[in-house]
Design a protein around this ligand. Structure first.
Ligand code: KIV
Length: 274
């Protein structure tokens, strides 16, 4: 059987093999046009459950459903050629039992063409990760600040300060031993992220963690300056697209109100001449 893969997209083993090598570039995407923009520059594109807050205006990721993830996953898949697609398991879709996690992970992958799922949790999720991996589902783990646990954590706070660092190191060791091919480390101190990156044999993907991680991930709307309601302090902005869009919409509104709208008729005439 000749296997060409999904139009040349990177695979989880190829991502895992980048441990300690060239840093892995990862961004979120929720739509086809943004996936198309990210694809040539990124190794991985994450259909994050941040879609709930970024696109749907939800107050947290807790209200995100399987149906939302599948719909956005299908849109993102249409925009990818090279980057590997990872899809988040939404809150409530995997915590109950390994069997529940398998059912929903299989649904996400079969319904979208994603190469891997991502789920939140450390030591306590290790049996579920092992169960999924043994059944052909590559898992990216997510530890440190786990947004689906925002209520239990008392907010979007830095995790692993002081003695709590030992818990995060144990979480990282447990998810790696369970067979995760990489792990997102969110909002932990630099020294801890460095230690975890040294400790484990799978790539660490940092977000608000350390430049020493094996890769980085950002929410695309944050780094483009599009998402104005919530601005994580650690995110470097590479654009101010929200401000640019606001100015463009204001200019459009001013044109309409001043009846400065260009007549379309001459365009129709030119089209007719062709
Ligand atoms: O949902 C998401 O966007 C994420 C990233 C912040 C890692 O999980």
């Amino acid at each position: 059987m000749s296997v060409t893969g999904r139009a040349g997209r990177l695979s989880p083993p190829e991502i895992q093999a980048r441990k300690g090598g060239e840093p892995l570039v990862m961004l979120t995407a929720y739509t086809t046009p943004v996936a198309r923009l990210a694809d040539p520059h990124c190794d991985m594109v994450l259909v994050g459950d941040s879609v709930g807050m970024v696109i749907h205006g939800l107050p947290s990721t807790l209200g995100v459903t399987m149906e939302m993830m599948i719909l956005h996953g299908q849109a993102v898949a249409r925009g990818l050629n090279r980057a590997m697609m990872v899809i988040d398991m939404p809150f409530g879709s995997y915590e109950e039992s390994p069997a529940q996690a398998f059912r929903n992970a299989a649904r996400l992958m079969a319904g979208t063409g994603a190469s891997s799922v991502k789920l939140e949790g450390g030591e306590h999720m290790a049996p579920t990760i092992a169960y999924l991996v043994a059944r052909g589902i590559p898992v990216m783990a997510h530890i440190g600040l786990t947004p689906q646990a925002v209520n239990a954590l008392g907010g979007y706070k830095v995790q692993g300060r002081g003695a709590d660092g030992a818990r995060i190191r144990a979480d990282a060791g447990a998810v790696a031993a369970a067979g995760a091919y990489s792990v997102v480390l969110e909002k932990v101190p630099d020294a801890l992220a460095r230690a975890v990156t040294r400790d484990i044999a799978i790539p660490t993907i940092g977000i608000g963690a350390s430049a020493a991680c094996d890769g980085q991930v950002l929410v695309v709307d944050d780094m483009l300056g599009l998402f104005t309601d919530f601005r994580p302090k650690f995110v470097k902005r590479y654009g101010e697209l929200g401000a640019a869009a606001d100015a463009a919409i204001a200019a459009y509104a001013a044109d309409v109100r001043a009846r400065r709208f260009p007549a379309a008729e001459h365009v129709f005439d030119e089209e007719a001449k062709r």
